[in-house]
Write a new protein. Sequence first.
Length: 164
Amino acid sequence: MKQTIASLVALVVLAVIAVVVVIAPSALTEPFTFHTPDLIQRAYTVAAWGTTITLGLLLAGIVIAYRLWRKRTALWSSLLAGAPLLVLVAAVFFSRQHLAEWIMFAPPATVAFDSVDEATHVGEADYIMGVSVGDEARAYPILMVSYYHIVHDEIAGEPFVVTY
């Protein structure tokens, strides 16, 4: 019984470590905060090794679960062992994804521009980037441009790109 509980705890610990490995790069590079070069390097290192680490954790989890199931333990322990294994499999998949890009940089479904009078979401102290061509001008709030990093627009029939 003690060995069964120890195996289940080990599986849960492996699953927690895998989740931390997947989430760490996004958490370390939280948007709109200051990042030192060292912090960015750590985040990229974890991301670069994430798949290898999570695969190793999954293989360790499979070995532990196999030993647990081979002993023909109680049904409840076999079922409980499946949950951390599913988390480990998901961690391997998500370690290859860029979670921050899914959350932060999904392109908007529609883009709309407001006139100066309608732009109540832009405050007096907000920074903007401005572009003018001839008599036409556009202003882009830095907070919005920094969220998507790029704006495609057109002034006087000429397409252009603003990026930050």
